[in-house]
Design a protein around this ligand. Structure first.
Ligand SMILES: [Zn+2]
Length: 559
């Protein structure tokens, strides 16, 4: 220790937090008991007595012997959707067990809301319903004939709507969008199920959402996230397309920050549909992106522009992911691409060339292989160091493609919590031979990749400790082992959810570990995940959350 004094006087700091069990995720000093904060950043990490000897702290705060980790960072989530969804009719299983249960929930809403208004439900999963199928428009019309009923599948890749909504979108007149399916029964009538891009037909009725609604949703989600120890997130798509809520969404985030409603640091991926041709000098070869040339990396400590987000295929449990072979028990169904592969190639290559990080949603093994081909060709034609292109979910990854990811330096972004919440459905969709390829973790790390942690919330619960629990325990909801050879140790899973997530957003210089120079973002836990029975990780409480040295959630009297 040394170097903190100047002119014989101790350096002043805002606070020393001491008496904790710090899991720093800093390879140079993995364990410590105290850290000092000045101006929102960590200036020293070590032992309390040592720090107090060299530093003159405005306040010394006791961590009460608790375990401290860097603030969790969710590398792929949908925060305003989660915030807005807090008002939806909850249709997750449990407790919902059947189509009957869903109809009862819709009927109850219909009884309390004016005719002609929306009833939006979220989170159902046909794999978990007794009938083993989606609800139908005709059924919804028996319980809520005068309401606009819109029930979103937990995957976000499909929805079921009632007859009034089918009428409102003019389903018999409008063309089905590319990459979408309007399901019809044997007689040719729409069943109410809209898959993938066809969901855009419903969204057109409500899009864009008002700014005030988005700001409120970001605020509600922030408060929730801080209680779970999250201090930074990556938003998987704003501005256009299926995942967006408004074409001017960035200004809603800015406004949330101005109002003090944005509690966590956010990196916003921009939906590919928002990027467009730009006038450019001949010397620049091509022009593609957002106006003014805004691109990946623009912003500050709280809010910045991340990757371009683009979809290649659909969902595994929804059986729309693009597969090399048929889904188990469904001869002829190999899923589909959301857009023509040549168009996908053109957009990714142009974004790459324009300096964007690219994050492509790919779940099926055929989609992953295709996206890797595209990245490989783009990098060969236009080499770029440290591109950090990503594959979101990277669900079914063949052994040869694990090696290609590592060779190209492409970051896979799988979701640990999928294992328990939708793991049974994923295993059923794949069958036993391909199951070992599903939602890998250890094989990615062993190939040399820095694996991030993420939830895809609101697809599943987003509390990081639940994700870490599943990354370690590898059990589905039915208690079945998911992919035991891919299990991680608790410390590895925490590193994924902190340091490696930050790296996936180019933010590891500021975030992801407790070391001098980084932002003072951390969470205080009720137990040490690396020292308890792994079955108990999901039950650990977050006692306090600190962002930029400021206590933002406190259940232990830290402040
Ligand atoms: Zn997502």
């Amino acid at each position: 220790m040394g170097g903190f004094g100047y002119h014989g006087r101790a350096m002043r700091v805002d606070r020393i937090f001491e008496g904790g069990n710090l899991l720093t995720m800093d390879a140079a000093r993995p364990r410590a008991t105290a850290l000092a904060v000045l101006g929102g950043r960590i200036v020293a990490v070590g032992e309390g007595s040592e720090l107090r000897r060299h530093l003159d702290a405005e306040r010394v705060v006791s961590l009460q012997g608790r375990t401290v980790v860097p603030g969790f960072h969710d590398a792929h989530n949908h925060m305003p959707s989660f915030g807005m969804g807090l008002d939806d009719v909850p249709l997750s299983s449990p407790p919902v067990r059947s189509v009957e249960d869903i109809l009862r929930a819709v009927a109850a809403q219909a009884a309390t809301r004016p005719r002609g208004s929306w009833i939006v439900g979220g989170g159902y999963d046909q794999n978990k319903l007794a009938e083993g199928r989606h609800p139908r428009a005709a059924e919804l019309d028996t319980v809520a004939p005068d309401h606009l009923v819109w029930l979103r599948h937990t995957s976000g890749h499909m929805c079921v709507v009632g007859g009034r909504v089918l009428e409102a979108i003019g389903v018999e007149r409008v063309p089905v969008p590319e990459g979408g399916v309007v399901e019809r029964d044997a007689s040719g009538r729409p069943t109410g199920l809209l898959q993938e891009q066809a969901q855009g037909l419903v969204r057109a009725l409500v899009y864009p959402y008002p700014q005030a609604e988005l700001v409120a949703a970001i605020g509600r989600a922030s408060a929730h996230y801080l209680r779970e120890g999250l201090t930074s997130v990556q938003e998987a798509g704003v501005g256009a397309g299926l995942v967006a809520r408004s074409p001017v969404e960035l200004s809603a985030w800015q406004e949330a920050r101005r109002q003090g409603a944005l509690g966590v640091r956010a990196t916003l991926m921009i939906a590919a549909e928002a990027l467009h041709d730009l006038p450019h000098a001949a010397a620049d070869g091509d022009g593609f992106g957002l106006d003014l040339g805004l691109r990946t990396g623009w912003g500050d400590e709280w809010l910045r522009i991340g990757a371009m987000k683009i979809f290649s295929d659909g969902s595994l449990i929804g059986r729309t992911a693009a597969m090399c072979c048929d889904f188990a028990g469904e001869a002829g169904n190999r899923g589909f691409f959301q857009m023509d592969v040549e168009r996908l190639r053109r957009i990714i290559t142009r974004a790459h060339r324009a300096g964007w990080q690219v994050a492509t949603h790919a779940i099926g093994d055929r989609a992953i292989a295709t996206v890797l081909d595209i990245y490989q060709d783009a990098l060969a034609a236009h080499p770029r160091a440290d591109h950090r292109h990503r594959i979101e979910h990277c669900g079914v990854c063949r052994p040869e493609d694990v090696q290609r990811l590592a060779a190209l330096g492409v970051i896979p972004v799988p979701q640990g919590r999928f294992i328990s919440e939708i793991g049974d459905g994923m295993l059923a969709a794949l069958g036993p031979e391909r199951s070992p390829w599903c939602y890998r973790q250890r094989s990615f790390i062993e190939a040399g990749l820095a694996l991030p942690g993420s939830s895809d919330r609101p697809v599943v619960q987003g509390a990081p400790l639940l994700g870490i629990h599943d990354m370690v325990n590898q059990r589905t909801a039915s208690g079945r082992p998911f992919n035991p050879s891919e299990a991680l140790a608790a410390e590895e899973a925490i590193r994924c959810y902190t340091l490696h997530s930050a790296r996936a957003a180019f933010r590891e210089a500021d975030l992801g570990s407790l070391e001098p120079g980084k932002l003072a973002d951390f969470a205080v836990l009720s137990a040490d995940p690396t020292a308890i029975d792994p079955g108990g990780i999901g039950a650990i409480d977050v006692l306090a959350t600190v962002v930029g040295g400021r206590v933002a959630h406190d259940r232990m009297g830290l402040d």
